[in-house]
Design a protein around this ligand. Sequence first.
Ligand code: ADP
Ligand code: MN
Ligand code: MN
Ligand code: MN
Length: 370
Amino acid sequence: MTLSPSSTMNKQLKGQYLALPQGRNVQVMYVWIDGTGEGLRCKSRTLPEEPKSVADIPEWNYDGSSTHQAKGFNSDMYLIPAAMFRDPFRLDPNKIVLCEVLDYSREPDAKNLRSSCKKVMDLAKESHPWFGLEQEFVLLGINEKPFGWPEGGFPAPQGPYYCSVGANHAYGRDVIEAHYRACLYAGVNISGTNGEVMPSQWEYQVGPCEGIEMGDHLWISRFILHRICEEFGVIATLDPKPVCGNWNGSGCHANYSTELMRKKGGMKYIEEAIEKLSKRHKYHISVYDPNGGKDNMRRLTGSHESSSIDHFCHGMSDRGASVRIPRHVAHDGHGYFEDRRPSANCDPYSVTEALVRTTILNEVDDGDKA
Ligand code: ADP
Ligand code: MN
Ligand code: MN
Ligand code: MN
């Protein structure tokens, strides 16, 4: 049995209780990023009436000593509501709220990367930066082996699985279907899904989102993914290389444009941005996974549709490049480009912040020539 014990509980029985009237009460699920910079935590409270916007949701707190976030004896951390979504699990009028985390002195927690991202996005708002992130992930059984892989062995080599259909090629589609609809219900700007190259690997895309919304929407989409997987009894791993050997890793390609790039003649601005990125490869790699490039080292090997972690390169329609200009964008002469370097477990706030710092705020580093 590779499904979790909780997933085998009687869901019909649960449904009976969830169908009970809730009166005027509204249940709000507070969600935040823990001290690992990857893990999500959540807890719920009742509000006496429906919040109309995030401004109506009160601050809250939790014990940071249990989330790798406490400093000394001051373990209380503040939860500051930042973005509100509809709750696809408890349904209307209940809410999910993504929170920023402040420490006891009301300074942003070390892993609250939304705080600096927001400042950078405010500085760049005239340029209207848009992002679209492609979240790849792999389903695992509760035994932490890829879901549906034969016991003690491997499935047939990669080839038939990408965008596949059929029980022999598509492993665990229920999860991605449930997730897609739940994201739409929640108000997450999910734009599509597809089966990926490794069996039991999937992708969904969120975007285009402008500025700070990219990080907010991607984090909530991840919360919804983990929550749905919990119900099905499987695990979604965002590890960039969950299986070594001849199996693809998982990335989080960042599609990016400014208003100038999207307009007629935009290719000039796309090329300028890529030139700036080529001079800052090390900085970008250092913020494209939560461990300063260590995680991505296992993935960015130069094979399996990835570029080398050591060198920057770009190309039209080239899936082995660090940055790719999609063929249709080259054809139109304007649009967006794709930075293929971010790892599946990246913090979207860091990735979007770095793109804006380099291409709009024109920040440079000395001695970082790729
Ligand atoms: P790929 O061909 O690399 O698999 P996908 O279709 O999976 O690309 O993802 C493309 C992403 O680009 C989507 O998330 C989409 O929302 C996003 N996107 C489309 N237009 C723009 C744009 N002008 N700026 C930024 N992102 C965009
Ligand atoms: Mn894609
Ligand atoms: Mn993909
Ligand atoms: Mn892509």
